[in-house]
Design a protein around this ligand. Structure first.
Ligand code: ATP
Ligand code: MG
Length: 325
């Protein structure tokens, strides 16, 4: 039952990405699972090429530094020779109306239109590329949050349609909802999730922030004037977020964590220490990998080879059945 998950290098990785996704992949991943840096998805809105390249590299280093097996990680664009033709085949199985129904496209394109910036065709077709990512690897489980469930449904529909029309080429994937993960919120606005591409990063803890900066951001975290040291996410979302971060970093239940304090300042101090302790070894391993260009390049090549080999047969079958190639 191979699983496939990805992270887009649309910004530097946050503590939310780490606690909510990457650390779980490293801890709960099974042999055969694949994790990739979706740099092609990062091209659907305006971006800087050099920055995209640098962030993809950092993200790859982070996946390995977090403890995911090096042969289970790859960078999406290294598979372009396979993903290109497969995306085309799938685009020719996908109706315009079907693609136009994607909620994420509707929301993101509406936002761009409001800001009078052009909507890229790639933003419209990227769910089909995502279907190609999934179907090429024969993944049958795709852990996703609510915002991506519709895209996995599309991959499912396209796999079924192709198999029905031309012959069995694809495993029909299924979206799986990961068990409730820490949903880390923005420290300066706890109504928002901590986002790597957030415009204002005052409340965003990045994995690569140095300890002083992490401490400053936590110190400025928004709390409340109630003075009640309890875990009450609805009434005290800022404090609850800090307690959740502390619980996730120390591996303790959140309510037990809450019981140990008598002032907000103490909570912030404990959060600062826990986050620094959690990220320190990760940052050191990541830095080591980023400095060792040969090793990181070797990991990248190997990952690309494993993923390419894994998809080669499925791509060849799909092209043959589609009557091309
Ligand atoms: P973007 O702003 O580009 O959407 P993002 O931080 O939301 O960035 P994604 O690339 O969309 O990151 O998601 C990568 C993974 O990180 C997903 O599995 C997602 O569920 C998880 N994730 C993202 N933000 C958080 C968060 N604040 N708390 C927990 N998990 C998160
Ligand atoms: Mg996101």
């Amino acid at each position: 039952m191979p699983r496939l998950s990805a992270i887009t290098p649309s910004g530097p990785a946050t503590l939310g990405n780490y606690l909510g996704a990457i650390r779980r992949w490293a801890r709960e991943g099974r042999p055969g699972d694949l994790y990739f840096v979706s740099d092609l998805h990062g091209m659907t809105t305006p971006y800087h090429p050099q920055r995209l390249r640098a962030r993809s590299r950092e993200m790859l280093a982070l996946l390995v530094a977090a403890g995911i097996e090096p042969e289970q990680v790859f960078v999406q664009s290294d598979l372009l020779p396979q993903l290109g033709p497969l995306t085309w085949v799938l685009e020719c199985s996908c109706s315009f109306g079907e693609a136009a129904r994607m909620t994420q496209f509707k929301e993101k394109s509406a936002a761009r239109e409001l800001a009078a910036t052009p909507v890229r065709v790639g933003l419209f077709t990227y769910p089909v590329l995502m279907a190609a990512d999934i179907l090429l690897q024969g993944a049958d489980e795709v852990p996703v949050g609510d915002d991506q469930a519709q895209h996995v449904e599309l991959a499912r529909a396209l796999a079924r349609r192709f198999n029905g029309a031309y012959g069995e080429a694809f495993v029909v994937p299924e979206a799986v909802t990961p068990p409730a993960a820490a949903r880390v919120r923005d420290l300066s606005d706890p109504s928002r999730k901590m986002d790597k591409s957030a415009r204002d990063s005052a409340g965003v803890l990045f994995v690569m922030d140095d300890p002083d900066l992490l401490a400053r951001k936590v110190r400025r975290a928004v709390t409340d004037g109630l003075g009640r040291l309890e875990y009450r996410p609805d009434e005290q979302p800022g404090l609850a977020n800090l307690l959740e971060i502390l619980a996730a970093c120390t591996g303790q239940p959140v309510r037990a964590v809450a019981a140990g304090f008598s002032a907000y300042g103490e909570v912030k101090k404990a959060v600062t220490e826990a986050v620094i302790d959690e990220l320190r070894p990760l940052r050191e391993r990541m830095r080591g990998l980023l400095e060792d260009t040969t090793e990181l390049d070797r990991i990248r090549k190997r990952g690309a080879m494993v993923a390419t080999d894994r998809g080669a047969h499925r791509l060849a079958t799909a092209l043959r059945l589609a009557g091309v190639g």
